[in-house]
Ligand binder design. Structure first.
Ligand code: GRF
Length: 219
């Protein structure tokens, strides 16, 4: 049976079995850990993490992935002559593992429009602000510097613009007068750890539709 995909205008290949997930990381890996904990406790729906790819071979997240028995692949940019060659390798890895969904969990490398279009509506990202406010780097500091009263986190599909694709889930947190970049980041991170696994679960259960560049959640 082929069923309609959660991805707009595409046919799903996970056919009621596992939705195969690749998690891309660069560092600490706390969001990766939240995803793996959710999988372990059956809170990730039909999704199963098949591979963890890091663009930094020293990322702490690699050890986390291994401790959960996950296959890890390090892809360091300086081992490739061009961005194109790097992405060709990444594309091969994704395809060889039959990946249905790519999750950017603190992946600090910008993917080219060419790569993104190859996996249209199959890549999601977590960003530590309420998009469209404060895209880009140091989103928590941006919110503090601006004097925002609230910030939060956003899980969204990745499109060709940075931190700009259709929004899946958001959660707000209050900014206190005495919040530092660290304390605000910690508050937001707590919500990230809930929202990212939940988004993956909802996609795996076919509850996330994209219509006219917006996400509609099926109740
Ligand atoms: C998170 O704050 C995420 O929102 C941002 O990068 C950070 C990654 O943290 N994109 P971790 O590696 O998941 O701990």
């Amino acid at each position: 049976m082929i069923r309609l995909s959660p991805f707009h205008n595409m046919i799903s290949f996970f056919q009621g079995e596992n939705m195969k997930v690749a998690v891309l990381i660069s560092g600490r890996g706390s969001n990766l850990k939240a995803i793996l904990d959710a999988e372990k406790t059956h809170l990730l729906g039909q999704a199963k993490v098949i591979i963890v790819v890091s663009n930094n071979s020293k990322a702490k997240g690699i050890e986390i992935a291994k401790s959960y028995g996950k296959k890890t692949i390090s892809l360091e940019a300086n081992n490739f002559k061009t961005k194109e060659a790097y992405e060709k390798e990444l594309e091969g890895i994704i395809q060889n593992h039959g990946i249905d969904l790519i999750v950017l969990a603190g992946f600090m490398r910008i993917l080219s429009p060419n790569f993104i279009n190859k996996f249209k509506n199959k890549i999601i990202n977590i960003h530590p602000s309420l998009l469209p406010s404060f895209p880009g780097l140091k989103a928590q500091k941006q919110a503090l510097d601006f004097g925002a009263r609230i910030s939060g986190c956003t899980v969204h599909f990745v499109n060709e613009q940075i931190d700009a694709g259709p929004i899946i889930l958001q959660e707000a947190v209050d900014i206190a007068e005495d919040d530092s970049e660290f304390s605000l980041s910690e508050k937001i991170l707590k919500e990230e750890h809930r929202l990212l696994p939940l988004s993956i679960k909802m996609i795996s259960e076919d509850k996330v539709k994209i219509e006219h560049n917006k996400v509609r959640i099926v109740k």
